[in-house]
Design a protein around this ligand. Structure first.
Ligand code: SF4
Ligand code: SF4
Ligand code: FES
Length: 254
């Protein structure tokens, strides 16, 4: 087993402010960045705050930025970096820092609560739902989400624009709206809830200009933009320019 000493810069501080601190730390074969952060805690910085849980890329809690790119610390192998490179580890930029590498991701929970849940179809008992396998497969992709919020962090709409947060749900939750809107058994419309309209008016779908940055950082490989956001935009536009819907709206307004 070979080992070497790597140079790290780790952000330390809290809501009041902070800065990068330099460390030289041992790295062994097969290690990931989270191993190095744990070694720092064990040997040089016992009070270094980091959030983690599964160390298997499944709980979504070790999200941070490595060399400025949103990543899971437990899934970022040290072998992807050159040995002479200085590696910078900083907290997620789009959310307020609590301490060191730990941020307050409450924004995401607020947005999650604003998306109305699946509306069960009337007259069909639970356990009797039937749908085509291709519809199951389509929403199954979105169900792989581990809620790491890396996509929320990278999206330029909120990354440096705190002022956009009230009006924009972010890719993770627009994807949730898309998932429910394409669900063949969701009875939202019958219950008077137009998910396409709320995507535009309440969740800020129009802010997304399909740059695909969210897709690029998703550790689950979910094609957020191509499979959720673009189809949702298309359906929202179809709805807006559908002549029957236009006529219905005109009649209702009279
Ligand atoms: S595709 Fe849309 S949601 Fe995704 S990062 Fe770009 S602007 Fe944000
Ligand atoms: S969609 Fe991907 S990047 Fe976004 S929260 Fe879910 S797993 Fe993380
Ligand atoms: S510790 Fe669970 S995803 Fe990294």
């Amino acid at each position: 087993m070979s080992s070497y000493e790597a140079r790290f810069k780790v952000w330390r501080g809290d809501a009041e402010g902070g800065g990068l601190e330099d460390f030289a730390v041992e790295v062994n074969d097969g290690e990931v960045v989270l191993d190095i952060v744990h070694r720092l805690q064990a040997t040089q910085a016992p009070d270094l705050a980091v959030r983690w849980n599964c160390k298997a890329g499944k709980c979504g809690s070790c999200s941070a930025e490595v060399n400025g790119r949103p990543r899971l610390l437990c899934m970022t192998r040290m072998s992807v970096f050159r040995r002479d490179e200085t590696i910078t580890v900083t907290p997620l930029r789009a959310f307020p820092v609590i301490r060191d590498l730990v941020t307050d991701v409450g924004f995401n929970y607020t947005k999650a609560r604003q998306v109305p849940a699946f509306v069960p179809p009337e007259g069909v008992a639970a356990g009797e739902y039937r749908m085509m396998q291709e519809d199951v497969d389509r929403s199954q992709e979105f169900r792989k989400c581990i809620e790491c919020f890396l996509c929320q962090d990278v999206c330029h709409v909120v990354r440096d624009h705190e002022e956009n947060k009230p009006a924009f749900a972010g890719p993770r939750f627009l994807m949730r709206v898309a998932e429910l809107d394409m669900h063949p058994l969701d009875a939202a419309e019958e219950a008077g809830l137009d998910r396409k309209r709320t995507a535009q008016d309440e969740h800020g779908l129009g802010y997304c200009n399909i740059t695909k940055c969210c897709t690029e950082v998703c550790p689950e490989g979910i094609r957020i933009t191509d499979n959720a956001l673009i189809p949702l935009k298309e359906r929202a536009a179809d709805r807006k320019y559908d002549p029957l819907v236009w006529l219905g709206n005109r009649i209702r307004r009279r």
